[in-house]
Write a new protein. Sequence first.
Length: 251
Amino acid sequence: MVSSTSRTDPICLAPPAIYPVESLAEASEAPSNPPIRRSETLQRWLIFAASIVLVSVPVFMQAPLVRLVPWISLGLTMGWLLLGLKLLKRPATQRWGDLLIGFTWTWLAGSVYWGWLRWEPLLHLPVEAIGLPFAIWGVSRNIGKVGNFFYFGSLLGTVVTDVYFYLVDLIPYWRQLMQVESDAVQPIFQSALAQIQTPWGAGWAISLALLLLTVSVLPLFSRQLHWWGFSGAVLSTILVDGLFWLAAIVA
């Protein structure tokens, strides 16, 4: 008699299927990774685009506002700050609140300088750097990096532009433009343009533009949002300066 324990069950002869742990992990993550990566990529590009807009558009929106009603422009600073703080409290809009708070510093500086101090170019950079201590403090404590790096990028672009004005001796034309009426700006623009079109002026324009372009492109290799905010702010400097150059030609 054959014992029941010695009978071979044909089902038991099949070797068990063995799946590596790594394969199981990859299979479980495969469906979710592409959407997550696409979402992160989209967010980086949105921060980049928003940074360009926040530097470029206010230049043309704030400039006439501060000339006519500087106190309203200054008062809007508080509005931008409160909106940024409100967005910062919500997880879904936290990055945008962070960026908007960084933009608040640039708006404040623009309101103060172009509203009351625009006749003196030497005060431009000190006023534009009004938020620098706060931005450095925030970055040192890992707070508000998207907005603070946006502010760093905007300030860097301003520094390079002002350095060009000093190198090419455009400061006298700056002072003249701030003191005349709009119908008298054409001769000043033409004189400044002639200064820019010299070999010295053109050489420095190309060199500094390439510097800004390099500084704005390199951060795009990073996946961190704050570097994309920085990149957009720097790149927008080239766009704004180019538009002013075209305006001088048209005038």
